[in-house]
Structures are given as C-alpha cells and as structure tokens.
Ligand binder design. Structure first.
Ligand code: 4AZ
Length: 475
C-alpha cells in the first residue's frame, strides 16, 4: 500500500514529461530509440506506467477481496451464532414436526395425543413399566447368594450340586449382565441363621441354557454342603475413598458410573451406569417437557461438565407406579453399549438385604447446585453422608408419612451437607465387600442442606425387582 503511494507521487499526472523531468530521467540511448522526441516523450511515461498500473490494481483488488472475504466471514459468523442461539431457544420450547413442517409446544410432544401428522410427536417417548410379577432370580446378603423364586415355593438358595459354568452365564444374563460372570461357592454352614436352614433348590443335569427357575428342582439339603454365590458384572470398582452442598471436588475415575443426562446440551439430571448399556436415574427427570427420548444424551467419563461426546439414548422406562415422589426411578437405555474403561465403569446393584443400618457411611455425587438457590457445579462433587433411620426420617418433626418403603433418607440432621437440584437421578453408593453398590437414587427433599430436612433417595433395595424386570424385558 505505501509502496503504491510512493509510486503515484513520482508519476506526472499528465503523462508528459517536462524538460527538467526529461533531464532527470535521462538514460543512455540505444540505437533502436525513435528519433522523433515527441514520440519518445509519449512513449517513455507509458513505459514507466505500464509495469506500475497492474501493481496498483492488483494491490487494491487484493485489498477489496480480503475486505469482502473478511466481511463475509464476520457476517456468516454472526448469522451462525445467532442461528445457534435461536435454535437452542426454539428447541427448549418447541417440538418440530419434520413431516408436516410445523412447531408444536414441547409439552404437547409425548402427551398421548398426536399433534403432528402421522403422530410423529408420539413415536419416541418415555414409557412406563409396572412389574406385576416377581422376577425369579436374585442375589441376597452381602455375599450375593443366588436365590430362585418358585410360585408357591417362594425363594430358595441354589446348591452347588451339578452347577456348571453354563448355568453361571445363563443366570447372569437373566439378571441383565453378560460381562464377566463369576461364581463362587459358599459353605451352607457359613450362611447366616436365616439362610442356612434352607429351603434349597439345585440344577438338574443338562439344563445349562434353560432359565434358572425352570432348570432347578427343590432339595431339602445340598449334597455338596455348598450354595452358589454370583458376581455378574465387573462392577463397583471406583476410587480409593468417597452440588452437592457442602461436598468436595471429585474425579470421575473414582466414581466412574456417574452419568450426566442432558437435554439440548444442558445438564438436567444425574444417573448411574449399571451395565454398558443401562443407566439408572429418577422418574421425575422425565416428566413434562422432558418425555421425548431423542432429546436426551448421556455424557460419561467427564469430571468437568461438558456436552461433548454424549451417547444417544433409544429407550427410557419409568416406573409405572411413580407419583408423589414414590417409586421415583427410571432406566435409560443407550443406543449402543459403551466401551468401558477408566472413568467409565458400572456400579454394582446391591444384593437384596444388604443390611444397611442407620449411620452407615454413604456417598452421593453429582454436578448439582452448590447451594439451594445456586448454580450447577462445573466439576463433579462428592459428599459423605450417613444413612438416617426410617423411624427418625418418618417422624412428624422430619418428613412424617411422606416417607414410603421405596425411600431412604441420608444426610446430616444439623444440615450443611446434601444433594440438591441437578443431582437428581444420581447415585448414592455404599462400599461393601470392596465394591461400591448403588443403594439410592437422588430423589427429593425440602430445600437443600437445611436443618432437619435431609435428602430423600429412592430405595434401590425395594426396586431391584423392577430394575431386573426392565433389563430383561428390553434386552
Ligand atoms: C431437586 O430439586 C432436588 N436436598 C434434589 C435433591 C434434593 C432437593 C431437591 C435434596 O432435584
């Protein structure tokens, strides 16, 4: 630019050289020069200008192109950003019917009435499931003793007699697990008083691939003197120790089952991986405008809240008995199983009758509010809280008759440490026999960390039958 300006000032505007200029620019004449000085006078400036004109033009042309490109980039950037925010805004309020090309209010999607052509808005919605039967397989006590249910006969522990590896694989599959099925045998005499007396059952030979309830036959005692205990999943291996209001920073590697369930890129609820494909969460996370399955993503393996790399979801099942905070549990199925690794591992489901007592140390984790009217946390938080006895939590001074058998309470009665909004659906875990087990799901409470208002959690022990039924029905 400055170069062209220098060139211009040196050039005569008329294109004709003055005498002094002629003298200034005198050059050795070569023999081919025209003799006519007039001709020369016309030609010479031309010779000077010819190489210079494209210079000036190219430079200013380049300037114009650069300016235009920059303007286009800036305008496009503004348009894209504005478009993104407008889309986000619309997405939080409306459902877009793709076939009929129209918007409907979000609460009209998945409301049981079709509002788009072909009922497109009712196709992928949260479903309800009520377990009316007893799921016939369970693991019981901290040892995980296998029991099989038989209509009329009730629950029976399974003898080690004639048991094969095939039976181990089949039974774990029935419980919804395919990874690392493992079996140990326990001496009947080592079982607690209530289990050691039986009743028992045992597999019949050649039944390895039949469901365990049809493969077994009643026994009064075990020939081998042993019963089967199962570990069906590579689960519950977390960190070395333990908004959450009043908690401390945590690493996902220590709580690798913690999931952030997100809608439109925003953290909405917590969840817990119980297998590579299933996340346990709370039913109240999937009500109102949050019933459309396609909007949900499950972000795993992140300590710092992020909306990148979320897994898509293909099914959400909430408990059919959910209402007034009772039966507040849901299961989210990922479109494809996650590859597990550091920061991404399932928690164990607890065996039936794990035997929690008041004061048992539990840990709650999540990205929820750091104070009652605060904001969600950018980094994962954890808090260690004790279990509060059912009697105390149901006393009129605390929550009275609002506490049902499907709920447990945990926290400090003096307040200060608690789960809060945004932690909902997330895990409350207990370390037992060196494995972390999901004993509760963040559900409700009056405010957060208030005195005499502890957190209330869905009681996983009472919902195990429902969890196993959902995993089996939706394989
Ligand atoms: C909520 O709004 C919520 N203090 C979750 C947990 C608690 C309170 C509120 C427990 O999702």
């Amino acid at each position: 630019m400055s170069e062209s300006r220098v060139h211009q000032t040196k050039q005569p505007s008329s294109g004709v050289l003055t005498k002094t200029q002629q003298a200034d620019t005198q050059q050795p004449r070569d023999t081919t020069d025209p003799l006519n000085p007039l001709q020369q006078a016309v030609l010479r400036p031309g010779r000077h200008r010819k190489p210079m004109t494209p210079h000036r033009n190219t430079a200013s042309k380049r300037k114009r192109v650069v300016l235009t490109v920059l303007t286009v980039i800036v305008v496009l950037g503004i348009l894209v950003t504005a478009g993104y925010f407008i889309k986000q805004l619309i997405d939080t309020k409306y459902y877009f019917c793709k076939r009929s090309i129209k918007f409907i209010p979000l609460d009209k999607a998945c409301d049981g009435t079709s509002d788009c052509t072909d009922g497109e808005d009712e196709l992928t919605c949260v479903s309800s499931f009520t377990d009316n039967t007893t799921f016939p397989v369970r693991l019981i006590t901290p040892a995980g003793v296998l029991q099989v249910y038989n209509e009329g006969a009730g629950w029976r522990s399974v003898c080690g007699d004639d048991w094969t590896e095939k039976h181990t694989a089949t039974t774990c599959q029935q419980l919804g697990y395919t990874q690392n099925p493992q079996r140990t045998v326990l001496s009947v005499t080592a079982l607690g008083a209530s289990l050691s007396k039986g009743p028992f059952t045992a597999v019949q030979s050649g039944t390895g691939t039949s469901p365990i309830q049809t493969a077994t036959i009643d026994r009064t005692e075990c020939r081998t003197g042993q019963v089967i205990s199962l570990t069906c999943s590579d689960c519950g291996q977390g960190g070395s120790e333990e908004r959450i209001v009043g908690g401390t920073d945590a690493l996902i590697q220590d709580w690798p089952w913690q999931v952030s369930l997100q809608q439109n890129g925003g953290h909405t609820c917590g969840g817990s991986l119980v297998s590579p494909r299933w996340v346990v969460s709370a039913a109240h996370c999937f009500t109102g405008t949050k019933r459309e399955v396609g909007r949900w993503r499950a972000v795993t393996g992140k300590t710092y809240m992020s909306s990148l790399g979320g897994a898509t979801v293909d099914r959400i099942v909430k408990n059919g008995r959910y209402g007034s905070n009772d039966y507040d549990i849901a299961m989210v199925r990922l479109s494809s199983p996650l590859s597990l690794g550091e920061g991404r591992r399932p928690v164990c489901l607890p065996p039936k009758d794990l035997g929690l007592i008041a004061g048992s140390p539990l840990v709650v984790t999540g990205w929820g509010y750091l104070e009652e009217k605060g904001k969600t946390s950018a980094s994962l938080q954890k808090a260690s809280i004790p279990l509060i006895s059912r009697e105390k939590c149901s006393s009129p001074a605390i929550y009275g008759s609002n506490i049902t058998p499907r709920m447990i309470c945990a926290g400090l009665l003096q307040g200060g440490v608690d789960a809060c909004q945004g932690d909902s659906g997330g895990p409350l875990v207990r370390l037992s026999s060196s494995r972390w087990r999901l004993v509760g799901v963040v559900s409700w409470g009056v405010g957060c960390a208030r005195q005499g208002r502890p957190g209330v959690y869905s009681n996983v022990d009472q919902l195990l039958n429902w969890i196993h039924s959902v995993m089996e029905e939706n394989q």
